[in-house]
Ligand binder design. Sequence first.
Ligand SMILES: C[S@@+](CC[C@H](N)C(=O)[O-])C[C@H]1O[C@@H](n2cnc3c(N)ncnc32)[C@H](O)[C@@H]1O
Length: 155
Amino acid sequence: MSRLDSHIRRMIAQRDTIDLAAERLAQRPGMILEFGLGQGRSYSHLVERFAGHEIVCFDRRDAALRGWGPPPDRLIAGELETVLADPAVRTRFAGRVLLAHLDLGSGVEDPTIHRLVAACIHDWLLPGAWQLRQVHTRDRVSHADRYFAYESMSG
Ligand SMILES: C[S@@+](CC[C@H](N)C(=O)[O-])C[C@H]1O[C@@H](n2cnc3c(N)ncnc32)[C@H](O)[C@@H]1O
């Protein structure tokens, strides 16, 4: 498969997975977190699908196209390894997050940052969640093997 076809598949899987998450979650209150703002493509999709929700982005820098990024108070800029250890950041999100979207690179070669984020945001998720389970998206998402969805469960 060409790299172009592979890229297109991943983009379709990303869009469909966000759409599915919105179908399941958008009516519920809570914050949306975008880990990996990049050029703001998936952020703009989250804004459309989660209208009315507070959406906060993380990245080491603001590289979003002008007019397509979050307002300054909704971008936390810096290395995730540093900002996730900041007590003020941890307090801001504790127990308030409805959806965390991780788009930090594939993680295939080095999943370290994905594991770090998952571990750090554990107690940020709503409500009383202590465990994540994989959401099976194959019947709803094209190329579902290219994007992974998890939901929190309690008890
Ligand atoms: C694939 S791009 C994100 C694409 C973006 N979601 C979009 O749709 O335009 C990955 C982003 O993750 C950021 N990133 C990766 N590792 C990071 C880290 N350790 N700390 C902060 N940002 C990181 C990069 O700076 C990059 O902008």
